[in-house]
Design a protein around this ligand. Structure first.
Ligand SMILES: [Zn+2]
Length: 278
């Protein structure tokens, strides 16, 4: 049974591991039973996943994260979170669990597929993202930008009520389902609605020809993490330009502010993650 779950999530990881959905080690996937969560290791690619690569976590141990006393200092808190997550890893499975593992644990559904889809980020990185999300996807949970990692996980945990679709401002999308087809259907519904919005606004969903700047203002944490990467840097810059183009359909681009950027720059998790992709 567990091998069925792992085979299915591996198939989904490959389907959603294309550049339209993720770049580098971005995005993550999981499957779970009532007691166990299998999640993508941090910094690995969705396209390269196999059933054996998933990190196995004891959900009861992982849940200690939600009630543990946390240091006030950001760096100390994130170190404590890392230790608690490491303590939940079982079965000698290799790798470090994705920092977004607790979000996968919190969401309902057997499978969760989280991506940084460019078409979706045209909405999540737009000034009118929240009202547009409410209009297009009334059953979705919209989470205003918040530092990734523990802070984000606790905010989602506080607000989630059986939501199977979450849009994270300046970040991406989480989709949960009890079957591969449920996941695919939700993604299809979201992408179809967005394509129709872009078409109505007369905005092409492919990058218009023109020069791509070497450095662009960051629109999401991933765009910052991989900005200086030799191979991914130019891909991320092009993605930023396309997201800016798409966001014009929803009131224009909204960048990460200076405080949000500072958190990412100082976050050890992201430094680790950026080094994992060759
Ligand atoms: Zn993410």
């Amino acid at each position: 049974m567990n091998s069925d779950l792992l085979n299915t999530i591996t198939t989904l990881s490959h389907e959603f591991g294309t550049p339209d959905f993720v770049k580098g080690g971005g995005g993550n996937t999981s499957c779970k039973t009532s007691t166990t969560l299998w999640v993508k290791p941090s910094g690995t690619t969705l396209a390269g996943l196999t059933p054996a690569k998933f990190v196995t976590l004891d959900r009861a141990k992982l849940a200690q994260l939600y009630t543990a006393a946390m240091p006030a200092d950001t760096q100390a808190r994130e170190a404590r979170v890392k230790d608690l997550m490491a303590a939940a890893v079982t079965g000698g499975s290799g790798g470090r669990p994705s920092v977004e593992a607790p979000l996968h644990d919190i969401m309902p559904g057997t499978y969760v597929v989280h991506t940084h889809s460019t078409l979706v980020n045209g909405l999540t990185c737009a000034r009118n993202g929240a009202p547009t999300c409410a209009r297009l996807f009334p059953t979705a949970l919209w989470i205003p930008y918040i530092d990734p990692g523990f802070t984000l996980c606790m905010e989602v945990r506080r607000r989630i009520r059986n939501h199977r679709l979450i849009l994270l401002e300046n970040h991406g999308i989480f989709v949960a389902g009890d079957s591969a087809d449920e996941i695919r259907a939700t993604y299809r519904c979201v992408l179809d609605a967005l394509r129709s919005e872009y078409a109505q606004a007369g905005i092409p969903t492919q990058l218009k020809p023109g020069p791509i700047p070497n450095e662009t203002d960051p629109v999401s944490p991933d765009h910052m993490v991989y900005a200086k990467h030799p191979k991914l840097g130019p891909e991320m810059a092009a993605d930023c330009v396309l997201i800016r183009q798409l966001a014009a359909a929803f009131g224009g681009i909204q960048l990460l502010d200076a405080r949000a950027q500072k958190f990412i720059r100082e976050w050890e998790v992201e430094a680790y993650r950026s080094k994992q992709v060759a």
